[in-house]
Unconditional design. Structure first.
Length: 355
């Protein structure tokens, strides 16, 4: 039976598939909840959103997303606290960024009211999928694709905005060692590296596969002009600890303005950690290995929160980082998780209550 809440039409699934899911053995991003949100853009305007049972899409093979790559997405999570409350973490940043990505790819921006009301109703409907316990969460994937049939090389006049959700456990990437890029680049000046565009990620797969053949798990991307400065670690922003100083490179039109990155910067300042935002040269890492000042490397992103890097490869040589007590990575990760799960004071007002 269909119902309507705040202009959002809701069609409930006839039966939930949640009983078929082993929540103790989840592979990231492979299991999806019972419902999804869909909103179509036609005739120059967004139509009213619909929440429907999770199901395949029916699209023409000439839909422009398949030919010209007009596709952007976001990644965010919902968390359940010890009292059963459900929270989002800085969803305003995800909303702002998906619209920034849309604008860069000549796609229409999505209305704020539809985004937050649609997401709230979707989470209410699938709230049983949000399990308690630190490490458990519901990964939320909003995305927009060009849906108009036709293969003329021009922006689409029709789009689909959708939100799908996937239950997730604590993300353990295992031991992470990275290869510093000397040839390949993730993005270039004047491009759209700052957008969460699908093509940015597709372009990473081949160099990453080459790195994996050499025993590395990820690539640390360097600037396209000189390959002298580090920019991102795989799909995450990167942080460097030299001595007691924490460094991260500034955002630009090449580097994603990560929500976790912003949060780590703010928390580091709260904790009294000496932090500097500036370009970081590869030669600084090499010098830090020589004189012992390079203490930590770690990536920051939604899926893993913070992922320590144990070593790196560059110009045919391999380097192993030292093990340090009270690592900045573990301290910052714990503080961030405590805020996300409503276990610590939220002095910045990052939490957004859903239920």
């Amino acid at each position: 039976m269909d119902t309507t809440v705040n202009k959002i039409t809701i069609e409930k699934a006839k039966a939930s598939k949640i009983g078929q899911v082993d929540f103790n053995n989840l592979s990231f991003g492979e299991v999806f909840t019972d419902h999804m949100l869909v909103c179509d853009y036609k005739n120059g305007a967004w139509e009213s959103p619909r929440i429907i049972p999770y199901q395949p899409l029916v699209m023409e093979p000439s839909a422009r997303v398949f030919h010209y790559g007009q596709a952007v997405f976001e990644g965010m999570k919902a968390y359940r606290d010890d009292e059963g409350g459900v929270w989002l973490f800085r969803p305003d940043e995800n909303f702002r960024r998906i619209n920034s990505s849309c604008k860069r790819l000549a796609m229409p921006e999505f209305p704020e009211e539809y985004f937050f009301e649609g997401l709230t109703e979707l989470l209410k409907l699938d709230q049983d999928w949000i399990k308690p316990g630190v490490g458990n969460s519901l990964y939320i994937r909003p995305f927009v694709i060009a849906s108009e049939p036709g293969i003329i090389a021009a922006p689409s006049k029709q789009y689909k905005f959708m939100i799908i959700c996937s239950p997730a456990q604590a993300y353990y990437g295992g031991e992470v060692r990275v290869k510093i890029a000397e040839k390949f680049s993730r993005a270039a000046d004047g491009g759209f590296g700052y957008a969460k565009a699908a093509g940015n990620y597709a372009g990473q797969f081949y160099p990453t596969n080459l790195a994996k053949e050499e025993g590395f798990q990820q690539v640390v991307w360097t600037d396209a002009n000189t390959h002298e400065y580090i920019e991102e670690a795989g799909t995450m922003n990167i942080f460097v600890r030299l001595g007691d100083k924490l460094l991260t490179c500034p955002t630009s039109d090449r580097i994603l303005d990560g929500v976790t990155r912003k949060s780590v910067i703010a928390l580091a300042k709260d904790m009294g950690i000496d932090l500097e935002i500036r370009p970081v040269a590869v030669k600084e890492l090499l010098k830090g290995m020589e004189d012992g000042s390079l203490k930590e490397l770690f990536g920051a992103g939604t899926a893993a929160v913070i992922s320590p890097i144990l070593g790196f490869g560059y110009q045919g040589k391999r380097y192993e980082l030292p093990k340090v007590k009270e690592a900045y990575a573990s301290r910052l990760k714990q503080q961030l998780i405590d805020i996300q799960y409503n276990r610590a004071e939220d002095r910045h007002g990052w939490r957004h209550k859903v239920l």
